[in-house]
Design a protein around this ligand. Structure first.
Ligand code: COA
Ligand code: AMP
Length: 687
């Protein structure tokens, strides 16, 4: 049995040889947070809690020993033969030859340890006025049944299963059932349009798709099944089966396609069960599509063993959560936060995880987050800064929130986007617990920098800091010459290889792109595409992305994908989309376009159609509404659109026209267009 294999499988013990402000600064290129010299190493001096310092040093100086010890804390069916294989960078492997199963570690193990009656999930759904609790034993039973059904439809180890579901427990059951079989899931967020879904279906070629009748947004039902049918047709890929969960109590009734669609109830209607299938540690556990660099599908592939080890480490050492406690990550399962910290992380740690189907405001009011914390005794909570900004806007004095007893809460963690200090300060004062920022990415699957509560860090990190490097991440900030920047100065944030366990193993079906996107420009390092500053104490200040990614309400979007959608309008010949600041969502996409020579349509009409087009092709989640026609876009002599200068101008930064721009006079029209949309109001003309 798996559980009994724990602790005894560590390869021969080896002797451990221990040794012993923010965005505005972007302009000044210098940081006031201790611009001191450093010795070129990463071992932080001040403010480093002894346990953190020890863990960090061990993780960097002897990563194999460090992670082997951590890996002992999960269950393995077969021991690894080699902890780290970094002979073929960047294709690093951890726990080579070891066999494990994600579902076993997240569910069965806790039942085997006698915790079957503990709540594993609490579904809290203000949009349907329902709450539901599922124990670990019930979860095991449901997952095992669904795994058996999937297996009967032909799903086996290594096959892809696509999941397109709202925030309901069945989505978690589906994820776990897939990995129980050693298969690979790919979740698609409900706010994407049918075409985005079809691109993912075409790329992943899932054997089975699991979906639901509908999702519930504050103002409307999202009819998943017609979107799914449309996407399947567009993709040209017909899955063997679609399992559809008919949501009880909601009016949307699905039309099933004979021979292909089966209802969830039918799939679950048997006494069948299926055991956990062991997989080699480096086998993919899931693919999660994300944005960046081009609009092409970019499927982050997550290895199984390393991910389990890293998440189990994080729950204890960053969040300081203990088995049996209550945890809530207010995000969506379709994002990486949902994968790591609604589903796998908390379940691995034996916590009760809240699955929230609602918004911070409007479902029905800005007090809901506090109501959920009270109702379920939430001790650890993670959310996006946008959510706090939305609550602050609606209820600045927390008159609604204050009605609830949130004394169970120990801290709030923030991620997904930069958190402005005013919001963090407001939240700390109102909620009366530490509000801690941490920085990470879909690619890494767990935090890169953080305050590590479980390792004794101070809970009052410097303002605007996103924490210090998490053990395993040898974070460097490089200057334009690609050498380490002086502490306190701005540069590209990179991570020295090898990356720790659990980070992506490749891009699905795109090994070459994986190497070229992330590892070519800074040999020996992973390129985060983020720019930032590290201070003398190792605190990192994450400033901005250097690629085409923008962050809208904590949702990662590619401006290239939005441009591609605009270019599908028959009257548009060129388009540029940039991110502009927004008080609540952090950033919003803004599009400028040039019409075709033959165009006779009025601009207003084109704008309306283009907004609708983005909604239909990319999805409502893009929140694309800012659009304006211009005579011409600023282009270099080689034909590249100078998007950064447009974004800078919109942000009120003075722009020096690069000498490579073919026609500098176009900036007159650009500034006018931005001003029409409410940006670039008090900024000098570009020169
Ligand atoms: N399925 C279908 N549509 C969805 C969706 C989903 N799962 N999630 C969002 N949408 C739609 C919304 O209905 C909205 O459509 P609309 O233009 O017709 O109104 C659009 O996508 C934008 O949604 P959203 O980003 O939620 O903005 P909002 O203005 O409706 O709400 C907030 C504002 C602040 C309440 C919301 O952005 C929020 O909760 N933010 C926190 C996000 C978060 O947790 N991010 C973490 C990711 S790690
Ligand atoms: P995603 O892959 O969707 O999690 O988005 C990752 C990107 O979001 C990062 O590369 C950053 O640009 C941004 N991001 C995430 N967390 C933070 C943070 N704490 N501070 C600033 N930016 C962040």
């Amino acid at each position: 049995m798996l559980g009994s294999a724990r602790r005894c499988l560590l390869p021969k013990q080896r002797t451990f040889l221990g040794v012993g402000h923010f965005r505005g600064l972007w302009q000044s290129q210098r940081c006031s947070h201790g611009a001191s010299s450093h010795e070129g190493n990463h071992l932080f001096n001040a403010q480093a809690a002894p346990t953190y310092k020890d863990a960090y040093e061990r993780s960097i100086l002897d990563p194999e020993q460090f992670w082997a010890e951590e890996a002992e804390k999960i269950s393995w069916m077969k021991p690894w033969s080699r902890v780290l294989d970094h002979t073929n960078p960047p294709f690093t492997k951890w726990f080579v030859g070891g066999e494990t199963n994600a579902c076993y570690n997240a569910v069965d193990r806790h039942v085997a340890d006698g915790h079957g009656q503990r709540a594993a999930l609490i579904h809290d759904s203000p949009v349907t006025s329902t709450q539901r609790s599922i124990t670990y034993a019930e979860l095991q039973q449901q997952v095992s049944k669904l795994a058996a059904a999937l297996s009967s439809y032909g799903v086996k180890k290594g096959d892809n299963v696509l999941i397109y579901m709202p925030m309901i427990p069945e989505a978690v059951v589906a994820m776990l059932a897939v990995v129980r079989l050693g298969a690979v899931h790919s979740l698609v967020f409900g706010g994407f349009a049918a075409r985005e879904l079809s691109v993912r279906i075409r790329h992943a070629e899932p054997k089975v798709i699991i979906s639901a009748s509908c999702g519930v947004e504050p103002t409307r039902l999202i009819r998943y099944k017609p979107l799914l049918d449309q996407a399947i047709t567009m993709s040209g890929i017909e899955p063997k089966r679609c399992i559809i969960y008919q949501r009880p109590g909601l009016p949307e009734v699905v039309t099933m396609k004979p021979d292909r669609d089966v209802s969830w109830d039918e799939a679950m209607d048997s006494d069948r069960s299926h055991d956990c299938v062991p997989v080699e540690a480096n086998q993919a556990m899931y693919i999660l599509y994300t944005s960046g660099t081009t609009g092409d599908p970019k499927g982050i592939q997550r290895p199984t063993g390393g991910h389990l080890v890293a998440l189990s480490w994080v729950m204890k050492n960053i969040y300081a959560m203990k088995s049996g406690e209550k945890w809530w990550a207010a995000s969506d399962l379709g994002w990486v936060v949902g994968h790591s910290f609604i589903c796998y992380g908390p379940l691995l740690a034996g916590l009760t995880t809240v699955v929230y189907e609602g918004k911070p405001v409007g479902t029905p009011d800005a007090g809901q987050f506090f109501r959920v914390i009270q109702d379920h005794g939430v001790q650890g909570f993670s959310t996006a800064p946008t959510a706090l900004r939305a609550i602050r806007r609606e209820d600045p004095e927390l008159e609604l929130g204050r009605k609830y007893d949130t004394s169970s809460l120990r801290f709030v963690f923030l991620a997904g986007e930069h958190c402005d200090y005013e919001t963090r300060y407001w939240a700390e004062n109102k909620i009366k617990v530490p509000v801690l920022d941490h920085w990470w990415q879909t690619e890494t699957g767990h935090p890169i920098t953080s305050t590590c509560v479980g390792l004794g860090h101070s809970l009052s990190p410097p303002r605007d800091a996103s924490g210090v490097p998490v053990p395993g991440y040898n974070v460097k900030v490089l200057n334009a010459d690609k050498v380490e920047a002086e502490r306190g100065t701005l540069g590209r944030i990179v991570i020295k290889l090898p990356l720790p366990p659990g980070t992506m193993s490749t891009l699905y079906r795109a090994d070459d792109r994986f190497s070229s996107i992330y590892f070519n420009d800074y040999p020996g390092f992973y390129d985060s595409m983020d720019a930032g500053i590290m201070d003398a104490d190792g605190q990192l200040y994450v400033m901005s992305r250097d690629d085409d990614v923008i962050n809208v309400a904590g949702h990662r979007l590619s401006t290239s994908a939005l441009e591609e959608a605009l270019l599908e309008h028959s009257c548009i010949s060129e388009a540029a989309v940039v991110g502009v600041p927004d008080e609540m969502k952090g950033e919003l996409p803004l599009g400028l376009y040039v019409t075709t020579k033959a165009n006779t349509k009025p601009e207003e009409e084109i704008n309306k159609e283009a907004v609708q087009l983005v909604r239909e092709l990319v999805g409502p989640v893009a929140a694309f509404r800012l659009i304006c026609g211009v005579e011409a876009l600023p282009k270099t002599r080689s034909g590249k659109i100078a998007r950064k200068s447009i974004a800078d101008l919109a942000r009120g930064k003075s722009v020096v026209i690069p000498p490579t721009i073919e026609d500098p006079s176009v900036y007159v029209g650009i500034k006018k267009a931005l001003q029409q949309l409410g940006y670039a109001l008090n900024v000098a003309d570009p020169e």
